[in-house]
Design a protein around this ligand. Sequence first.
Ligand code: NI
Length: 391
Amino acid sequence: MPTLELPAALAAEIVELRRDFHRHPELGFQEERTARRVAELLAGIDGLTVTSGIAKTGLVALLAGGKPGPTLLVRADMDGLPIHELNQHDYRSCHDGVMHACGHDAHMAMQIGAIKLLAARRGELAGNVKFIFQPAEEGPGGAKPMIEAGVMENPHVEAAIGFHIWNNLPVGQIGITEGPCMANTDVFEIRIEGKGGHGAMPHLSVDSVVVAAHVITALQTVVSRNVSPLERAVVTIGKVEAGDRHNIIAHTARLNGTARSFSDEVGQLLPERVTAIATHVCEAFGAKCHMHYSNVYPAVVNDAAMCRRVWASAEKVVGAQNVIAAQPSMGGEDMSFFLQAVPGCFFFIGSKNPAKGIDVPHHHPEFEIDEDSLAVGTRVIVQAVLDYLAG
Ligand code: NI
């Protein structure tokens, strides 16, 4: 099948849509305006059935093909982040303290563009496309509740594709990783209970700040001394809270962290070692350790056959030299739940452009993408769907 051109008017509309979503970011499970806007934009498209209110703010848009065949799931996420935007462009966030700093605005815009393009060709599709607009990817996670709400059935989904705008790759490139692609993600909180007192009489207290410092330092040995050097893992303490005043010994300290891994073996080792180190360091100093450790998202694991299909489709759009085997990322993604249910491919759409000064990482208060990536991404999504439903 030849590649499908993206009409200039639709390409411009996708850019405007992305800017509209960018102006109005909403946090996970609060995507009310976003969901309303998506439903409005998809209303009245021939052959498209839109269902709203799935897992609170999620939507499913089912495009029925003209011929019988399998159902492919295509997923975009909807939520912004609790970040105060520092960009100065005229479409910057108008919700103070909330920002689309990961590119989910772009995901929705590209998916809506892809729906419009595919709906016009639905007579040729041998099968259906189930487009998912998923809430709360940044946490606590909307994929699992959507699956629990039954989105993999009626009609039954055979395979899935998902995508992420990616400032680790230049605009014009598509990155695909066979097998493990994004990390198994844990979060933990360590509450250290010492004994408060006067800052000038430390011998009468158990200083939770000193204990916290030792716990943080000792946790650095989990990856360096417990995990095999041939494996991949991260343990990060991202938040430390303790103390009220310079002359008061803090009664408690709270540490919040995340741990990442790919293999099952390391996935089991990390909670064991983090818990053992925190517990025993606290004990050694006479403090109590209250540990809360949980898994957030399993690793995103791409199916090799689906990756080869998407790879071939992407080559048609951007050329063989621009489809690359991307490095796995230690980031987490709840696309993993869809890929546990059916074989699929989660791929990266390059969006950085240092020549235009667009080169900041995801989740940065000045996050920006090269909007030329929107047309590239839309065309790859459409091509992947056409090729999949062509058999
Ligand atoms: Ni993201």
